[in-house]
Design a binder for this molecule. Structure first.
Ligand SMILES: NC(=O)c1ccc[n+]([C@@H]2O[C@H](COP(=O)([O-])OP(=O)(O)OC[C@H]3O[C@@H](n4cnc5c(N)ncnc54)[C@H](OP(=O)(O)O)[C@@H]3O)[C@@H](O)[C@H]2O)c1
Length: 246
């Protein structure tokens, strides 16, 4: 989705700053964006590296004045019915990337944006935050934390003129869930997701939810007693995802 967003935002006169760990992939995305007329800066940084994130984001802000920051990086484990226990290392890594990584991305820019009285921050949540899933405990917990963090930031930063948006996707077809052999209702392409996100951010939406129908179905399902919801979810068959890149 990061790639699709970078392409969607690319146009002459615009500068994009891309962060990720894989330099080769960053360069490929950068080339694509440059061909659309955007100027690109790259930061090959692990979002868990607080010091490097802090220095890079402030250096970029000195140079370009960041007006939109999208904290998108995220990982997930996926368990199967035969392997339903997450290991300790993976659980911690998921929190480090999905929660502390987001904090490392947004904290350096908050003071700057508040001082300027302008700016926009978007945090990538998930419909997986609406209820714990038996095959992705850490992931659901981290996204749930992001939802509440975004909501709190939204109301606290609004009086400084800084907008905060929470993005709540359902299934988007990316490498992230490519190995997921579970039904993916209303799955959409990353390109379509990027258009919806861009539109929502342009309109300063508090929450950018897609597909909305899936969101309402999940909310309705959650009106059932928790025991019943658990019993339904545990019956879902899933495949094991390779988690060694955490
Ligand atoms: N796909 C879905 O169905 C779906 C649904 C709801 C929410 N989301 C959320 O959407 C976001 C993007 O997911 P995606 O589907 O686009 O997955 P993806 O294709 O696997 O992309 C994940 C991105 O996060 C970056 N990343 C991961 N760990 C990182 C780290 N430690 N430091 C820096 N960058 C890191 C990766 O870059 P490098 O590998 O180069 O580091 C990659 O650009 C995630 O937050 C995910 O939770 C996805």
């Amino acid at each position: 989705m990061g790639r699709a967003l970078a392409v969607a935002y690319s146009k002459p006169g615009r500068t994009l700053i891309l962060i990720g760990r894989d330099v080769q992939r960053l360069e490929e995305v950068a080339e694509n964006c440059r061909s659309l007329g955007a100027a690109i800066e790259i930061g090959a940084i692990d979002v868990r590296d607080r010091q490097r994130m802090h220095e890079f984001i402030l250096r970029m802000d000195d140079r370009h004045q960041v007006d939109l920051l999208i904290a998108n990086a995220g990982v997930s484990t996926l368990l199967s019915r035969e392997n339903i226990i997450e290991d300790h290392e993976t659980t911690l890594s998921t929190f480090e990337i999905n929660v502390f990584g987001v904090i490392n991305a947004v904290q350096p820019i908050i003071q700057r944006m508040c001082a300027r009285g302008a700016g926009q921050i978007a945090l990538m949540g998930s419909m997986a935050a609406l209820h714990g899933l038996p095959y992705a405990p850490a992931y659901c917990a981290t996204k749930s934390a992001i939802h509440l963090y975004a909501e709190s930031l939204r109301s606290s930063l609004s009086k400084y003129g800084v907008l905060v948006s929470l993005i709540i996707p359902g299934f988007v077809s990316t490498p992230f869930n490519a190995h997921l052999s579970v039904p993916k209702p209303m799955a959409m392409s990353a390109e379509r997701a990027a258009i919806i996100i861009q539109q929502g951010l342009r309109n300063g939406k508090a929450q950018i939810i897609f597909p909305r129908m899936l969101y309402f179905v999940i909310r309705a399902l959650l009106l059932l007693p928790s025991e019943l919801v658990d019993a339904i979810l545990i019956r879902v068959a899933v495949s094991i995802r390779d988690t060694d890149k955490l």
